[in-house]
Write a new protein. Sequence first.
Length: 227
Amino acid sequence: MEYRTVHRQPRVIFDELVREAFEAAATISNVLLVAGVSADVLHGETSPVDSTLYPTVPGFYVLRYELPGIPDPRAPKRKLPKLLPPVLKSRTPGPQIDEVLQEALISGNRVTVEMLLCVGVLTRIDEGRLSASAGISGNDPFVEMVDGVHVIQRVHRSTWVLLQRPDIQSSLRGMLAPFRDDQLYTMTLVENPHFSNLEAAYVITATHRLREFASGGPLHVPPLERL
């Protein structure tokens, strides 16, 4: 996932707030890979992948995920998390792309973008105006965020559950850390294209409540109603 930022005045493009955002992005990816949607990550639990921050072109930075090196056979064996896909457990690290890992990261990226967009909606629209309704389409449960009669955002029910976890909110708060700088007023989230899919980009605009959340304030989530 890329961060593109726009400022009213020139400033350092990569600073501690941006670093915090990337570190939070790595953390939330680890949470999704290790624990999935059903549990918090245990204290001290690590991700099955290593994440590295590196520049592409001036002003652009990306997170790269890699399988760690083959462990020392003499070292104590550690069980991989149960929720990790079985195919990934059996893979031997190598220079080639691991399709299972790639698919898991792409899925996690999509969920993360959805949650950030939800935060944008929750901090943009007044509490009394916004409602959340649960429904199901086919076999997929979903949640719609509604302003009056207008559907603002629709996400999978599992994404809505994740959004309310304190550890996830902490990571989302970190990803939005650049908004603590009052010179930043938009952030563009760019999803990396998957195979032949087109690149999708979404813009989050600064509001007072968004800055408050990024600075440690609570996220007010409306109660869920049934359609």
